[in-house]
Ligand binder design. Structure first.
Ligand code: FMN
Ligand code: SF4
Ligand code: SF4
Length: 266
């Protein structure tokens, strides 16, 4: 079947999910492409509508083994009509649990027909120079895998004449889903005197938890511990305070050193 256009949807506070979806898109090599980056709160105000002639690729990071809870409402508002869809999760070399199954089932409920699913590895949000976890991933090998996955998606689309010909894809996972949807509500960010109040961290925060006038003010009830503000600060003024998140980063650094590889399902 011929696809007229492709919509790429991603949520990516620290950028790894976006890098992966762009790699997949290179492999699919579709001329008309729209990137819908729903990382910032304003982008999630707009609903998504798709049709049978479009390919929808949705990529999200794994948070506590699940699709991030803050995306559920937006994902459940997608309007699709037999839209062929690709489901992608990106995780920090620990485990993706049932997140891929969860994403696939949400998209089916919205009217999509999943034609391929994949789980990739990205540098863990909690990774730091002292406690690296899947540092610098996705790397060249991951991106080759992403492009290969994209080429296989294209082949699969060309192998049928209509969406009805696609059969269900078997992916690992169980319902009720494991993992946790309630994230930690913690005051975990230390801010040094190097801060110039440039506002970059507030601008990039996916939940608007940082005061745009005073970056020292963080709403811990809103914060999802994504660590984007720590990783994006040009002054390296933000670090993890001792506590829950820093302990987790040390634990993950110790326990998940062995490299995991991307997997895909057709
Ligand atoms: C709150 C939170 C929970 C996470 N839970 C998991 C997890 O259960 N398993 C895992 O391997 N990685 C986990 N991660 C790591 C992210 O899935 C991973 O770093 C991903 O690449 C981040 O995507 P991004 O760069 O697009 O923000 C978690 C990260 C955060 C912030
Ligand atoms: S990005 Fe860094 S320097 Fe800029 S306001 Fe935030 S903490 Fe301060
Ligand atoms: S304040 Fe929290 S949610 Fe906002 S960027 Fe920093 S870690 Fe992420």
């Amino acid at each position: 079947m011929k696809i007229q256009s492709m919509k790429l949807v991603c949520f990516s506070p620290t950028g790894t999910t976006k890098t992966i979806i762009q790699g997949i898109a290179r492999g699919i090599n579709q001329s008309t492409v729209e990137l819908i980056d729903i990382t910032k709160p304003d982008a999630r105000k707009q609903q998504l509508q798709t049709s049978e002639n479009e390919l929808l690729v949705v990529a999200v990071p794994v948070y506590m083994g699940r699709v991030p809870a803050l995306l559920i409402e937006w994902l459940h508002a997608i309007k699709a009509c037999n839209t062929p869809a690709v489901c992608v999760v990106v995780y920090g070399n620990r485990v993706y649990d049932d997140a891929l199954l969860e994403l696939k089932e949400i998209l089916i409920k919205r009217g999509c027909i999943p034609i391929a699913c994949a789980a990739y590895i990205g540098e863990h949000s909690f990774s730091s120079s002292e406690t690296p976890i899947a540092e610098a991933r996705p790397d060249a090998s991951d991106l080759n895998q992403a492009e290969l996955f994209g080429r296989k998606i294209k082949e699969k689309l060309l192998s049928v004449s209509s969406v009805e010909q696609f059969s269900d894809i078997n992916i690992p996972g169980n319902y009720p889903y494991g993992g946790i949807t309630k994230l930690w509500s913690v005051d975990f960010i230390a801010i040094s005197n190097e801060c110039t109040q440039c506002g970059i961290c507030a601008e990039g925060c996916p939940v608007g938890a940082i005061d745009s006038e005073n970056s020292n003010l963080i709403d811990k009830e809103k914060c999802i511990t994504c660590c984007a503000c720590i990783k994006n600060c040009p002054q390296n003024a933000r670090t993890m305070k001792p506590g829950l998140v820093k302990d987790a980063s040390m634990r993950l650094n110790k326990l998940y050193k062995e490299r995991k590889e991307p997997v895909f399902f057709f």
